[in-house]
Write a protein that binds this ligand. Structure first.
Ligand code: MN
Length: 503
Protein backbone atom coordinates (compact mmCIF):
# COMPACT_ATOMS: atom_id res chain seq x y z
CA UNK A 1 0.00 0.00 0.00
CA UNK A 2 2.72 2.50 0.90
CA UNK A 3 3.47 3.94 -2.50
CA UNK A 4 7.01 3.73 -3.70
CA UNK A 5 9.08 6.83 -3.29
CA UNK A 6 10.97 6.22 -6.51
CA UNK A 7 9.17 8.87 -8.50
CA UNK A 8 9.40 11.60 -5.86
CA UNK A 9 12.13 14.25 -5.99
CA UNK A 10 13.59 17.01 -3.88
CA UNK A 11 15.26 19.70 -5.96
CA UNK A 12 18.62 21.08 -4.84
CA UNK A 13 18.83 24.75 -5.81
CA UNK A 14 22.03 26.73 -5.32
CA UNK A 15 21.86 30.50 -5.28
CA UNK A 16 24.59 32.84 -6.56
CA UNK A 17 24.98 35.90 -8.81
CA UNK A 18 27.07 36.98 -11.82
CA UNK A 19 29.40 39.24 -9.79
CA UNK A 20 32.19 36.67 -9.44
CA UNK A 21 32.77 35.70 -13.07
CA UNK A 22 32.41 32.39 -14.92
CA UNK A 23 35.26 30.52 -13.22
CA UNK A 24 33.80 30.90 -9.76
CA UNK A 25 30.34 29.98 -11.03
CA UNK A 26 31.74 26.85 -12.67
CA UNK A 27 33.22 25.79 -9.34
CA UNK A 28 29.95 26.58 -7.56
CA UNK A 29 28.11 24.27 -9.96
CA UNK A 30 30.67 21.48 -9.53
CA UNK A 31 30.56 21.70 -5.75
CA UNK A 32 26.76 21.61 -5.70
CA UNK A 33 26.79 18.53 -7.91
CA UNK A 34 29.24 16.85 -5.54
CA UNK A 35 26.95 17.57 -2.59
CA UNK A 36 23.93 16.18 -4.45
CA UNK A 37 25.89 13.03 -5.33
CA UNK A 38 26.85 12.70 -1.67
CA UNK A 39 23.23 13.00 -0.57
CA UNK A 40 22.03 10.44 -3.11
CA UNK A 41 24.69 8.01 -1.88
CA UNK A 42 23.64 8.52 1.74
CA UNK A 43 21.58 5.75 3.34
CA UNK A 44 19.89 8.40 5.49
CA UNK A 45 18.15 10.16 2.60
CA UNK A 46 15.28 8.11 1.11
CA UNK A 47 14.13 10.62 -1.55
CA UNK A 48 15.98 11.26 -4.79
CA UNK A 49 17.78 14.64 -4.67
CA UNK A 50 17.86 16.34 -8.07
CA UNK A 51 20.58 18.85 -8.91
CA UNK A 52 19.36 22.07 -10.54
CA UNK A 53 21.64 24.55 -12.31
CA UNK A 54 22.83 27.48 -10.16
CA UNK A 55 20.36 30.38 -10.15
CA UNK A 56 22.00 33.79 -10.65
CA UNK A 57 19.22 36.19 -11.64
CA UNK A 58 15.66 37.04 -10.52
CA UNK A 59 14.31 35.38 -13.67
CA UNK A 60 16.21 32.14 -13.13
CA UNK A 61 15.03 32.05 -9.51
CA UNK A 62 11.41 32.70 -10.49
CA UNK A 63 11.57 30.02 -13.17
CA UNK A 64 12.88 27.29 -10.89
CA UNK A 65 10.34 28.13 -8.16
CA UNK A 66 7.56 28.09 -10.72
CA UNK A 67 8.70 24.75 -12.14
CA UNK A 68 9.05 23.21 -8.68
CA UNK A 69 5.56 24.37 -7.76
CA UNK A 70 4.04 22.86 -10.90
CA UNK A 71 6.03 19.62 -11.00
CA UNK A 72 4.01 16.67 -9.70
CA UNK A 73 7.05 14.67 -8.62
CA UNK A 74 8.84 17.54 -6.89
CA UNK A 75 7.82 17.44 -3.23
CA UNK A 76 10.12 20.17 -1.94
CA UNK A 77 13.30 22.13 -2.53
CA UNK A 78 16.58 22.45 -0.67
CA UNK A 79 18.25 25.83 -1.09
CA UNK A 80 21.83 26.79 -0.39
CA UNK A 81 23.69 30.04 -1.08
CA UNK A 82 27.21 28.91 -1.99
CA UNK A 83 28.11 32.55 -2.58
CA UNK A 84 26.21 35.72 -1.87
CA UNK A 85 22.87 35.80 -3.71
CA UNK A 86 21.19 39.18 -3.08
CA UNK A 87 17.83 38.22 -1.66
CA UNK A 88 15.60 40.78 -3.35
CA UNK A 89 16.19 38.54 -6.40
CA UNK A 90 14.30 35.79 -4.51
CA UNK A 91 11.14 37.72 -3.64
CA UNK A 92 9.10 36.80 -6.70
CA UNK A 93 10.21 33.16 -6.74
CA UNK A 94 9.61 32.58 -3.03
CA UNK A 95 6.19 34.20 -3.22
CA UNK A 96 5.23 31.71 -5.96
CA UNK A 97 6.78 28.61 -4.39
CA UNK A 98 4.13 26.30 -2.93
CA UNK A 99 6.36 23.35 -1.98
CA UNK A 100 8.15 22.80 1.34
CA UNK A 101 11.54 24.48 1.60
CA UNK A 102 14.61 23.35 3.50
CA UNK A 103 17.33 25.95 3.87
CA UNK A 104 20.60 24.05 4.11
CA UNK A 105 23.15 26.31 5.77
CA UNK A 106 26.33 24.48 4.89
CA UNK A 107 29.71 25.09 3.27
CA UNK A 108 31.50 22.96 0.70
CA UNK A 109 34.76 22.71 2.65
CA UNK A 110 34.60 21.70 6.29
CA UNK A 111 37.61 23.58 7.61
CA UNK A 112 39.42 26.80 6.78
CA UNK A 113 42.52 25.90 4.66
CA UNK A 114 44.81 28.00 6.83
CA UNK A 115 47.87 27.92 4.57
CA UNK A 116 46.23 28.35 1.18
CA UNK A 117 43.22 30.56 1.88
CA UNK A 118 43.19 33.64 -0.35
CA UNK A 119 40.64 36.09 -1.76
CA UNK A 120 39.58 33.64 -4.51
CA UNK A 121 38.63 31.16 -1.81
CA UNK A 122 36.80 33.90 0.09
CA UNK A 123 34.85 34.83 -3.07
CA UNK A 124 33.82 31.24 -3.63
CA UNK A 125 32.86 30.21 -0.10
CA UNK A 126 30.49 32.81 1.26
CA UNK A 127 27.56 30.81 2.58
CA UNK A 128 28.25 32.02 6.14
CA UNK A 129 26.92 35.41 5.08
CA UNK A 130 25.12 34.51 1.83
CA UNK A 131 22.72 32.24 3.68
CA UNK A 132 22.02 34.93 6.26
CA UNK A 133 20.96 37.39 3.53
CA UNK A 134 18.69 34.67 2.11
CA UNK A 135 17.34 33.78 5.56
CA UNK A 136 16.49 37.38 6.27
CA UNK A 137 14.25 37.53 3.23
CA UNK A 138 12.33 34.42 4.22
CA UNK A 139 11.81 35.77 7.70
CA UNK A 140 10.74 39.11 6.23
CA UNK A 141 8.25 37.22 4.02
CA UNK A 142 7.05 35.14 7.04
CA UNK A 143 7.90 32.00 5.08
CA UNK A 144 7.88 28.74 7.03
CA UNK A 145 10.94 26.64 6.30
CA UNK A 146 13.32 24.13 7.84
CA UNK A 147 16.82 25.37 8.60
CA UNK A 148 19.59 22.78 8.85
CA UNK A 149 23.03 24.01 9.89
CA UNK A 150 26.22 21.95 9.58
CA UNK A 151 28.69 20.39 7.21
CA UNK A 152 26.92 18.39 4.48
CA UNK A 153 29.14 15.32 4.85
CA UNK A 154 28.34 14.82 8.53
CA UNK A 155 26.06 11.86 9.14
CA UNK A 156 23.84 13.69 11.63
CA UNK A 157 23.21 16.45 9.06
CA UNK A 158 22.37 13.92 6.34
CA UNK A 159 20.01 12.22 8.78
CA UNK A 160 18.26 15.53 9.46
CA UNK A 161 17.90 16.14 5.73
CA UNK A 162 16.61 12.60 5.22
CA UNK A 163 14.00 13.02 7.92
CA UNK A 164 12.89 16.34 6.46
CA UNK A 165 12.45 14.63 3.07
CA UNK A 166 10.28 12.01 4.81
CA UNK A 167 8.12 14.79 6.26
CA UNK A 168 7.86 16.29 2.76
CA UNK A 169 6.64 12.87 1.57
CA UNK A 170 4.01 12.93 4.31
CA UNK A 171 2.97 16.44 3.33
CA UNK A 172 2.77 15.41 -0.32
CA UNK A 173 0.59 12.49 0.76
CA UNK A 174 -1.81 14.92 2.45
CA UNK A 175 -2.17 16.83 -0.84
CA UNK A 176 -3.44 13.68 -2.57
CA UNK A 177 -5.12 11.76 0.25
CA UNK A 178 -8.75 10.67 0.08
CA UNK A 179 -10.33 9.64 3.38
CA UNK A 180 -13.43 7.41 3.28
CA UNK A 181 -15.79 7.79 6.19
CA UNK A 182 -17.81 4.60 6.44
CA UNK A 183 -20.69 5.69 8.61
CA UNK A 184 -20.70 8.98 10.45
CA UNK A 185 -19.31 10.10 13.76
CA UNK A 186 -19.99 8.30 17.04
CA UNK A 187 -23.12 10.07 18.19
CA UNK A 188 -22.62 13.22 20.27
CA UNK A 189 -18.82 12.90 20.31
CA UNK A 190 -17.07 16.24 19.91
CA UNK A 191 -13.34 15.83 19.36
CA UNK A 192 -13.59 13.36 16.47
CA UNK A 193 -15.84 15.78 14.55
CA UNK A 194 -14.72 19.02 12.95
CA UNK A 195 -14.56 21.20 9.87
CA UNK A 196 -13.79 19.00 6.86
CA UNK A 197 -13.81 21.93 4.45
CA UNK A 198 -11.24 23.85 6.48
CA UNK A 199 -9.19 20.65 6.77
CA UNK A 200 -9.07 20.34 2.99
CA UNK A 201 -8.07 24.00 2.61
CA UNK A 202 -5.36 23.68 5.24
CA UNK A 203 -4.05 20.15 4.68
CA UNK A 204 -5.19 19.13 1.20
CA UNK A 205 -6.88 15.82 2.03
CA UNK A 206 -10.56 15.27 1.27
CA UNK A 207 -13.04 13.48 3.51
CA UNK A 208 -16.25 12.03 2.14
CA UNK A 209 -19.00 9.86 3.55
CA UNK A 210 -19.93 6.29 2.56
CA UNK A 211 -22.28 3.67 3.84
CA UNK A 212 -21.59 0.16 5.11
CA UNK A 213 -23.54 -1.05 2.05
CA UNK A 214 -20.68 0.33 -0.09
CA UNK A 215 -18.51 -2.29 1.60
CA UNK A 216 -21.05 -5.12 1.66
CA UNK A 217 -21.51 -4.80 -2.12
CA UNK A 218 -17.80 -5.70 -2.41
CA UNK A 219 -18.20 -8.55 0.10
CA UNK A 220 -21.01 -10.01 -2.02
CA UNK A 221 -18.69 -10.30 -5.00
CA UNK A 222 -15.97 -12.31 -3.24
CA UNK A 223 -15.12 -15.83 -4.36
CA UNK A 224 -14.75 -18.72 -1.88
CA UNK A 225 -11.17 -19.09 -3.02
CA UNK A 226 -10.27 -15.50 -2.05
CA UNK A 227 -11.72 -16.12 1.40
CA UNK A 228 -9.96 -19.44 1.96
CA UNK A 229 -6.63 -17.97 0.83
CA UNK A 230 -6.90 -15.15 3.35
CA UNK A 231 -7.81 -17.63 6.09
CA UNK A 232 -4.59 -19.50 5.22
CA UNK A 233 -2.69 -16.24 5.63
CA UNK A 234 -4.27 -15.74 9.06
CA UNK A 235 -3.28 -19.29 10.01
CA UNK A 236 0.33 -18.76 9.00
CA UNK A 237 0.84 -15.23 10.38
CA UNK A 238 -0.92 -15.49 13.76
CA UNK A 239 -1.50 -17.87 16.65
CA UNK A 240 -5.17 -18.76 16.19
CA UNK A 241 -7.33 -19.27 19.30
CA UNK A 242 -8.81 -22.78 19.54
CA UNK A 243 -12.34 -21.57 18.78
CA UNK A 244 -11.13 -20.14 15.44
CA UNK A 245 -9.40 -23.33 14.23
CA UNK A 246 -10.98 -25.37 11.45
CA UNK A 247 -12.80 -27.56 13.95
CA UNK A 248 -13.46 -24.70 16.38
CA UNK A 249 -16.85 -23.46 17.54
CA UNK A 250 -16.25 -19.93 16.21
CA UNK A 251 -14.74 -20.78 12.82
CA UNK A 252 -17.58 -18.93 11.06
CA UNK A 253 -16.51 -15.69 12.82
CA UNK A 254 -13.07 -16.01 11.21
CA UNK A 255 -14.66 -16.53 7.79
CA UNK A 256 -16.88 -13.47 8.30
CA UNK A 257 -13.86 -11.44 9.43
CA UNK A 258 -11.89 -12.47 6.34
CA UNK A 259 -14.80 -11.42 4.12
CA UNK A 260 -14.93 -8.04 5.83
CA UNK A 261 -11.20 -7.56 5.26
CA UNK A 262 -11.42 -8.49 1.59
CA UNK A 263 -14.50 -6.35 1.01
CA UNK A 264 -13.06 -3.35 2.81
CA UNK A 265 -9.75 -3.67 0.98
CA UNK A 266 -11.50 -3.91 -2.37
CA UNK A 267 -13.69 -0.87 -1.55
CA UNK A 268 -10.63 1.20 -0.52
CA UNK A 269 -8.61 0.15 -3.57
CA UNK A 270 -11.42 0.86 -6.00
CA UNK A 271 -11.97 4.33 -4.57
CA UNK A 272 -8.26 5.18 -4.27
CA UNK A 273 -8.59 5.79 -0.52
CA UNK A 274 -5.49 5.91 1.69
CA UNK A 275 -7.38 6.23 4.96
CA UNK A 276 -10.79 5.40 6.40
CA UNK A 277 -12.98 5.48 9.46
CA UNK A 278 -15.86 3.35 10.68
CA UNK A 279 -18.08 3.38 13.71
CA UNK A 280 -19.77 0.65 15.72
CA UNK A 281 -23.07 2.59 15.56
CA UNK A 282 -23.29 2.55 11.73
CA UNK A 283 -22.35 -1.01 10.79
CA UNK A 284 -25.48 -1.80 8.76
CA UNK A 285 -25.16 -5.27 7.24
CA UNK A 286 -21.57 -5.80 8.40
CA UNK A 287 -21.67 -8.76 10.78
CA UNK A 288 -18.82 -7.59 13.00
CA UNK A 289 -17.08 -4.34 13.77
CA UNK A 290 -13.97 -4.65 11.53
CA UNK A 291 -11.16 -5.73 13.88
CA UNK A 292 -8.48 -7.86 12.28
CA UNK A 293 -9.42 -6.23 8.94
CA UNK A 294 -8.64 -2.73 10.18
CA UNK A 295 -5.54 -3.94 12.01
CA UNK A 296 -4.12 -5.56 8.89
CA UNK A 297 -5.04 -2.60 6.68
CA UNK A 298 -3.19 -0.28 9.08
CA UNK A 299 -0.19 -2.60 8.96
CA UNK A 300 -0.27 -2.22 5.16
CA UNK A 301 -0.10 1.56 5.51
CA UNK A 302 -3.73 2.68 5.59
CA UNK A 303 -4.77 5.44 7.94
CA UNK A 304 -7.59 4.64 10.36
CA UNK A 305 -9.59 6.40 13.04
CA UNK A 306 -12.28 4.78 15.15
CA UNK A 307 -15.79 6.20 15.68
CA UNK A 308 -15.62 8.40 12.58
CA UNK A 309 -12.36 10.07 13.59
CA UNK A 310 -11.20 11.30 10.17
CA UNK A 311 -8.51 13.65 11.52
CA UNK A 312 -6.64 10.87 13.31
CA UNK A 313 -7.13 8.60 10.30
CA UNK A 314 -5.55 11.13 7.90
CA UNK A 315 -2.75 11.88 10.36
CA UNK A 316 -1.99 8.19 10.79
CA UNK A 317 -1.65 7.76 7.03
CA UNK A 318 0.69 10.76 6.76
CA UNK A 319 2.77 9.55 9.72
CA UNK A 320 3.05 6.07 8.23
CA UNK A 321 4.38 7.63 5.02
CA UNK A 322 6.83 9.77 7.04
CA UNK A 323 8.03 6.68 8.89
CA UNK A 324 8.87 4.79 5.69
CA UNK A 325 12.19 3.00 6.06
CA UNK A 326 12.52 3.74 9.77
CA UNK A 327 12.46 0.98 12.37
CA UNK A 328 9.40 0.84 14.63
CA UNK A 329 5.65 0.85 14.10
CA UNK A 330 2.95 3.52 13.99
CA UNK A 331 -0.64 2.91 15.12
CA UNK A 332 -4.02 4.35 15.93
CA UNK A 333 -4.18 4.65 19.74
CA UNK A 334 -6.40 5.71 22.60
CA UNK A 335 -5.60 6.59 26.20
CA UNK A 336 -7.63 3.85 27.80
CA UNK A 337 -6.98 3.40 31.48
CA UNK A 338 -4.45 4.42 34.16
CA UNK A 339 -2.10 2.58 36.45
CA UNK A 340 -1.59 4.77 39.51
CA UNK A 341 0.97 3.53 41.99
CA UNK A 342 2.35 5.47 44.96
CA UNK A 343 5.64 5.91 43.05
CA UNK A 344 4.52 6.56 39.49
CA UNK A 345 1.52 6.67 37.18
CA UNK A 346 1.25 5.06 33.72
CA UNK A 347 -1.20 5.15 30.83
CA UNK A 348 -2.46 1.97 29.26
CA UNK A 349 -3.15 2.70 25.62
CA UNK A 350 -5.46 0.48 23.62
CA UNK A 351 -8.70 0.50 21.66
CA UNK A 352 -11.75 -1.69 21.38
CA UNK A 353 -9.94 -3.62 18.61
CA UNK A 354 -8.02 -1.42 16.24
CA UNK A 355 -4.35 -1.29 17.22
CA UNK A 356 -1.86 -1.76 14.37
CA UNK A 357 0.28 -4.93 14.57
CA UNK A 358 3.27 -2.91 13.29
CA UNK A 359 3.86 -2.12 17.00
CA UNK A 360 3.55 -5.75 18.19
CA UNK A 361 6.41 -7.26 20.21
CA UNK A 362 5.89 -10.75 18.74
CA UNK A 363 3.54 -12.86 16.64
CA UNK A 364 0.01 -11.70 17.62
CA UNK A 365 -2.68 -14.09 18.73
CA UNK A 366 -5.91 -14.08 16.74
CA UNK A 367 -8.92 -14.24 19.05
CA UNK A 368 -12.68 -13.74 19.10
CA UNK A 369 -14.55 -12.17 22.00
CA UNK A 370 -17.75 -10.21 22.54
CA UNK A 371 -17.41 -6.44 22.05
CA UNK A 372 -19.97 -5.41 24.67
CA UNK A 373 -21.30 -2.50 22.58
CA UNK A 374 -22.85 -2.08 19.12
CA UNK A 375 -25.06 -5.19 19.20
CA UNK A 376 -23.21 -7.07 16.42
CA UNK A 377 -21.55 -10.48 16.36
CA UNK A 378 -18.29 -11.07 18.24
CA UNK A 379 -15.42 -9.50 16.27
CA UNK A 380 -12.14 -11.25 15.48
CA UNK A 381 -9.06 -9.29 16.54
CA UNK A 382 -5.28 -9.52 16.91
CA UNK A 383 -4.02 -9.38 20.48
CA UNK A 384 -0.47 -8.44 21.45
CA UNK A 385 1.78 -6.33 23.65
CA UNK A 386 4.10 -3.64 22.35
CA UNK A 387 7.81 -3.50 23.21
CA UNK A 388 9.31 -0.95 25.62
CA UNK A 389 11.01 2.13 24.26
CA UNK A 390 10.67 5.75 23.29
CA UNK A 391 7.57 6.84 21.35
CA UNK A 392 5.34 9.84 20.66
CA UNK A 393 1.59 10.33 20.86
CA UNK A 394 0.20 12.87 18.42
CA UNK A 395 -3.24 14.43 18.30
CA UNK A 396 -4.79 16.75 15.72
CA UNK A 397 -7.74 18.80 16.98
CA UNK A 398 -10.05 21.43 15.53
CA UNK A 399 -10.27 24.47 17.81
CA UNK A 400 -12.96 26.21 15.76
CA UNK A 401 -10.70 28.95 14.38
CA UNK A 402 -7.70 26.71 13.64
CA UNK A 403 -6.19 23.25 13.93
CA UNK A 404 -3.71 22.32 16.65
CA UNK A 405 -1.21 19.47 16.74
CA UNK A 406 -0.24 18.14 20.15
CA UNK A 407 2.72 15.86 20.84
CA UNK A 408 3.45 14.02 24.06
CA UNK A 409 6.77 12.22 24.32
CA UNK A 410 6.39 8.91 26.15
CA UNK A 411 8.44 5.90 27.17
CA UNK A 412 6.72 2.53 26.74
CA UNK A 413 7.39 0.01 29.50
CA UNK A 414 6.79 -3.71 29.97
CA UNK A 415 3.36 -4.21 31.60
CA UNK A 416 3.66 -5.25 35.25
CA UNK A 417 1.23 -8.15 34.74
CA UNK A 418 0.25 -10.75 32.15
CA UNK A 419 -3.29 -9.44 31.36
CA UNK A 420 -4.68 -12.93 30.56
CA UNK A 421 -8.28 -11.71 30.36
CA UNK A 422 -7.76 -8.54 28.30
CA UNK A 423 -8.70 -9.42 24.70
CA UNK A 424 -7.18 -6.38 22.96
CA UNK A 425 -3.73 -5.17 21.94
CA UNK A 426 -2.22 -2.71 24.39
CA UNK A 427 0.77 -0.56 25.34
CA UNK A 428 1.77 0.74 28.75
CA UNK A 429 3.68 4.02 28.80
CA UNK A 430 5.24 6.58 31.06
CA UNK A 431 4.13 10.01 29.79
CA UNK A 432 6.79 12.75 29.94
CA UNK A 433 7.51 14.55 32.19
CA UNK A 434 5.08 12.60 34.40
CA UNK A 435 1.42 11.72 34.08
CA UNK A 436 0.27 14.56 36.34
CA UNK A 437 1.84 17.26 34.16
CA UNK A 438 1.38 15.45 30.85
CA UNK A 439 -2.34 14.84 31.29
CA UNK A 440 -2.92 18.34 32.71
CA UNK A 441 -1.16 19.92 29.72
CA UNK A 442 -2.87 17.59 27.24
CA UNK A 443 -6.32 18.43 28.62
CA UNK A 444 -5.51 22.18 28.70
CA UNK A 445 -4.48 21.95 25.02
CA UNK A 446 -7.76 20.21 24.15
CA UNK A 447 -5.97 17.06 22.98
CA UNK A 448 -8.13 14.14 21.87
CA UNK A 449 -8.44 10.72 23.51
CA UNK A 450 -7.50 9.30 20.09
CA UNK A 451 -3.90 9.67 18.96
CA UNK A 452 -1.33 8.36 16.54
CA UNK A 453 1.29 6.42 18.50
CA UNK A 454 4.67 6.11 16.79
CA UNK A 455 7.82 4.30 17.76
CA UNK A 456 9.48 5.38 14.51
CA UNK A 457 9.02 9.15 14.50
CA UNK A 458 10.33 11.81 16.87
CA UNK A 459 8.90 15.20 17.79
CA UNK A 460 11.10 16.87 15.16
CA UNK A 461 9.13 15.17 12.37
CA UNK A 462 5.88 16.60 13.70
CA UNK A 463 7.50 19.98 14.20
CA UNK A 464 8.53 20.06 10.53
CA UNK A 465 5.10 18.80 9.50
CA UNK A 466 3.34 21.56 11.47
CA UNK A 467 5.58 24.14 9.77
CA UNK A 468 4.70 22.79 6.33
CA UNK A 469 0.99 22.88 7.16
CA UNK A 470 1.21 26.24 8.91
CA UNK A 471 -0.59 24.90 11.96
CA UNK A 472 0.06 25.28 15.65
CA UNK A 473 2.09 22.64 17.47
CA UNK A 474 2.43 22.27 21.22
CA UNK A 475 4.86 19.75 22.68
CA UNK A 476 4.65 18.07 26.06
CA UNK A 477 8.06 16.65 26.98
CA UNK A 478 10.52 16.31 29.85
CA UNK A 479 10.83 20.10 30.18
CA UNK A 480 7.10 20.94 30.29
CA UNK A 481 5.81 22.93 33.25
CA UNK A 482 2.15 23.81 33.54
CA UNK A 483 2.70 27.52 34.12
CA UNK A 484 4.81 27.90 30.97
CA UNK A 485 2.48 25.67 28.99
CA UNK A 486 -0.50 27.87 29.88
CA UNK A 487 1.45 30.95 28.82
CA UNK A 488 2.28 29.25 25.52
CA UNK A 489 -1.37 28.46 24.86
CA UNK A 490 -2.33 32.06 25.63
CA UNK A 491 0.41 33.46 23.37
CA UNK A 492 -0.60 31.10 20.57
CA UNK A 493 -4.21 32.30 20.74
CA UNK A 494 -2.96 35.77 19.80
CA UNK A 495 -0.33 34.58 17.30
CA UNK A 496 -2.67 32.35 15.31
CA UNK A 497 -5.34 35.02 15.41
CA UNK A 498 -2.88 37.28 13.55
CA UNK A 499 -1.21 34.80 11.19
CA UNK A 500 -3.49 32.41 9.34
CA UNK A 501 -1.85 32.19 5.96
CA UNK A 502 -2.01 29.21 3.69
CA UNK A 503 1.24 28.08 2.14
MN1 MN B 1 -12.18 5.35 20.38
Amino acid sequence: MIQTMNDKEIWFVTGSQHLYGPETLEQVAKNSQTIVEGFNASSHIPVNIVYKPTVKTPDEITDVCQEASADKNCIGIITWMHTFSPAKMWIKGLSILNKPLCHLHTQFNAEVPWKSIDMDFMNLNQSAHGDREFGHMMTRMRKNRKIIVGHWEVERIQEKIGNWTRVALGWNEFQNLKVARIGDNMREVSVTDGDKVEAQLRFGFSVNGYDSSDVTSHINELSDQQVSELIKTYESEYELADALLESGSKRQSLIDAAKIELGLRSFLEEGGFGAFTDTFENLGELKQLPGIATQRLMADGYGFGGEGDWKTSALLRAMKVMATGIEGGTSFMEDYTYHFTPQKAYVMGSHMLEICPSIADKKPTCEVHPLGIGGKEDPVRLVFNSPPGRAINVSLVDLGNRFRLIVNEVEAVVPMGELPKLPVARVLWDAKPDLEIAATAWILAGGAHHTVYSQALTTEFIEDFAEMAGVELVVIDKDTTIRQFKELLHANEAYYHTFQNYM
